[in-house]
Design a protein around this ligand. Structure first.
Ligand code: HEC
Ligand code: HEC
Length: 301
């Protein structure tokens, strides 16, 4: 056998081995994809809220959550939080919006918070384990797939910092102290969240140009996606209201109001004032959020 024929032989064998390996790889990939498809389509996965993940999956998810929050909180600058008035105001927001899920000193979570998976954690000691910036980030952005809502279209940054200031006091509050403060502020003249957000916007009015990207996120924040299909947003593809593609090109809003920027802002804030019979509810949209959302709607083709 000459050297040449031997080389050719080796080459042929190598090719065959490579082809078999490639086929085997394809086979394995196919089985995996088919397995995953069957897992999904046959409904093997139990989505019951009482069926907790296995211990390893649970701890992987928790690590991912911890890392995700701390990475994203790194850039956030923490303002001074020691003013007792801040914590006092934060308590009001906490009492109104958070207790139902997280509970408070001496107060049980409500029925919604009891049956959720993952269970909303007791936040009494969160301020010992997380930095203020991390807590701020979690409140502002919410946590996907856990039921923790994003609060940035309900509270301004300043208001969220007040909640953080309160959470730092929480470990030291006895149930009786919490109750006393919560009751005291109930009878007082605390400003509802929307009103403060509003006031803050009008102060800066004229200087803020509407921000379409913020408007896009706001449409998740107000759950517009629960009723409308909106290009650029992922959701249940519901048609409770009309799809909003090309909305800026329509002549009338909801068939009754001439379609321009100011009227759209007005519609988004007070649809039932425009048309008392409309099925679109008033959602407590602030002026700023409505302007940002209108700017985004204007980009839709
Ligand atoms: C509908 C229920 C619900 C409401 C209302 C709610 N949360 Fe949550 N929250 C959750 C759930 C669920 C988690 C995530 C649990 C986990 O860690 O897996 C969470 C997580 C958090 C975390 C991160 C905790 C950590 O260390 O991982 C913070 C901080 C927080 N919530 C604060 C708040 C504040 C402040 C409010 C009120 C403005 C609030 N939450 C309202 C359900 C809720
Ligand atoms: C509970 C369901 C629901 C929610 C939530 C909702 N909408 Fe609507 N929306 C409707 C319905 C229904 C109509 C049709 C109203 C009519 O014609 O009277 C409508 C109409 C509209 C229109 C006018 C459409 C047209 O063709 O003239 C716009 C724009 C709009 N909604 C935007 C929004 C935005 C932005 C949000 C979130 C801030 C939102 N909607 C939240 C149900 C909803």
């Amino acid at each position: 056998m000459t050297i040449r024929t031997r080389k050719r032989l080796i080459e042929r064998v190598r090719k065959r081995v490579l082809i078999r390996l490639a086929l085997a790889g394809l086979g394995v990939a196919f089985v995996m994809v088919a397995g995953a498809a069957m897992f999904v389509l046959w409904g093997v996965y139990n989505v019951s809220a009482l069926q907790q993940h296995t211990e390893p999956v649970y701890s992987i998810l928790n690590t991912a959550l911890d890392r995700s929050i701390s990475q994203r909180a790194e850039e956030i600058e923490t303002p001074p939080l020691d003013d007792p008035a801040m914590a006092e105001q934060g308590l009001v927001y906490y009492r109104d919006k958070c207790v139902q899920c997280h509970g408070a000193p001496g107060v049980s979570r409500g029925d919604v918070g009891k049956g959720m998976t993952p269970v909303p954690p007791n936040l009494a000691h969160t301020a010992d384990n997380r930095t203020p910036a991390e807590i701020f980030w979690a409140i502002k952005h919410g946590i996907k797939m856990t039921g923790m809502p994003s609060w940035q279209f309900i509270y301004t940054d300043e208001e969220i910092w007040e909640i953080v200031a309160f959470m730092r006091q929480m470990p030291r509050l006895s149930p009786a102290e919490y109750q006393a403060q919560a009751d005291a502020s109930r009878s007082g003249d605390s400003i509802p969240a929307q009103a403060t957000a509003e006031r803050q916007y009008t102060v800066k009015a004229g200087t803020i140009l509407p921000d379409p990207e913020r408007g896009r996120l706001a449409m998740y924040g107000y759950a517009c996606i629960a009723c409308h299909r909106i290009p650029g947003l992922v959701g249940p593809r519901a048609d409770v209201g009309p799809p909003l593609a090309g909305i800026a090109e329509r002549r009338f809003i909801a068939g009754v109001l001439a379609n321009n920027f100011d009227n759209m802002v007005h519609w988004l804030r007070h649809p039932t004032q425009v048309d008392p019979l409309t099925a679109m509810p008033d959602l407590g949209v602030t002026e700023r959020d409505a302007r940002d959302m209108t700017a985004y709607l204007g980009t839709l083709e």
